[in-house]
Design a protein around this ligand. Structure first.
Ligand SMILES: *Cc1c(COP(=O)(O)O)cnc(C)c1O
Length: 390
């Protein structure tokens, strides 16, 4: 019999979710929108320290609206971190614009601020500055925002923070997502908190959030009949899901601490092994350690990332390679990329370990034992099936 499955990042309910759902049922406020949505927006804005928030059906919808309201149009370019999930870049294409992918730096695995600035300088000299940039806070760690923001101000480029993975993380003491024109968060099932599905955008600009709210509600004009002057979207969050989100938000701090404790456990148990390096925590911020990620140097460790992943899978433990960079994705093959070697290296050597906030010490011990066994001795047998397939 197989041991029980350890998932990468499963949902972790607080126990209070059903209270908010029941309130919605008791008042028959199933839809549209409703008190849970209003309260979730207010409570979320307070939590991250942003004046205005808008709850949406997904983080992807949030990035789409943020780009639209930043003025991105067909034919425009948008600079995007290459090491990310495809949802950071896809909305650029929804608008008919073109992503230009920027490489990472090793300090945080996030967008290299120097490369970003150089690219803007070059684009300015070519007379075709991008309208916006999407900077990702990968695996729950902030990018180095100050130099990125400075470059954005100098060249008048709107900054959108993809904070889908970094809720609860800070940059110089302030929450990620509150620095750019817009910050976008996700409550997808695998994120640090979940509403089962949903997203939030925040901005310091009340008019922008009001406009986003209208566009997300089918761009209905404020008159009794249905009047439309712009193209709208059906992007709002349901009152039921907002109820789940409210209960989850209350335990966010605990979830961050639990995930940081996972990281510490893994670090203490594995960092002595030659060839294993953990994703660093840059000095400018405090990460939420949404996922614990490490890199494996095959020459020193005696097995590669894929051999370790398969060894974990063998005993029913889910792990995942680090995001495959966007500039290596077939769908984005024709897009410009600036650098890319660092992101590629992190993808080839990087592995995300089970990181849920409900993991037990036994679970963590199981993961650690498998990885330690892969070191040198058993690596050969682990790699064999792959070679046999060739
Ligand atoms: C999850 C995620 C998104 C998308 O959020 P959804 O709510 O799933 O649409 C965007 N960017 C990054 C980096 C993500 O991890």
């Amino acid at each position: 019999m197989k041991p029980s499955r350890i998932y990468l990042s499963p949902p972790h309910m607080s126990g209070k979710e059903q209270e908010y759902i029941r309130q919605a049922f008791d008042t028959n406020w199933i839809a549209p929108l409703g008190p849970n949505v209003d309260a979730f927006e207010k409570e979320f804005a307070e939590k991250v320290g942003s004046p205005h928030a808008l709850a949406l059906s997904s983080g992807t919808a949030g990035i789409h609206l943020a780009l639209l309201l930043a003025g991105v149009q067909a034919g425009d370019e948008v600079l995007v971190s290459t090491l990310t999930f495809s949802a950071s870049a896809n909305p650029v294409v929804y608008l008919g614009a073109k992503p230009v992918f920027i490489d990472s730096e090793y300090r945080s695995w996030n967008m290299d601020p120097e490369l970003f600035e150089q690219t803007l300088r070059r684009k300015a000299s070519e007379g075709r500055l991008p309208k916006a940039a999407v900077v990702v806070h990968l695996y729950g760690q902030s990018a180095d925002l100050d130099p990125i923001l400075e470059a954005c101000r100098r060249y008048d480029v709107a900054l959108i923070e993809d904070a889908a993975e970094s809720l609860g993380a800070t940059y110089k003491g302030r929450h990620t997502g509150t620095f750019g024109l817009f910050g976008v968060y996700s409550f997808n099932g695998n994120k640090i908190i979940t509403s089962s599905g949903g997203g939030m955008i925040v901005s310091a600009d009340a008019d922008l959030i009001a406009h986003a709210r209208k566009l997300a509600t089918q761009a209905r004009e404020p008159v009794p009949h249905y009047e439309h002057k712009e193209i709208g979207y059906n992007y709002r969050m349901s009152n039921i899901l907002a109820g789940i989100g409210r209960a989850q938000l209350q335990v966010l701090d605990e979830r961050v601490e639990a995930r940081r404790a996972n990281f510490r456990f893994y670090y203490e148990a594995l960092s002595d092994i030659p060839g294993i390096d953990f994703m660093p925590e840059a000095e400018w911020g405090r990460a939420n350690r949404w996922l614990t990620c490490l890199t494996i140097d095959e020459a020193l460790f005696g097995a590669d990332r894929e051999a370790v992943r398969l060894a974990l899978e063998e005993v029913n433990i889910e792990s995942r390679p680090v995001w495959k960079p966007m500039h290596l994705q077939p769908v984005y093959a024709s897009c410009e990329a600036v650098g890319g070697e660092i992101a590629e290296d992190l993808f080839l050597r990087g592995l995300c370990l089970p990181s849920g906030s409900s993991l037990t010490e036994d679970d963590l011990e199981r993961v650690v034992t498998v990885i330690r066994k892969c070191y040198r001795s058993s690596s050969v047998s682990v790699s064999l099936p792959r070679d046999a397939n060739k």
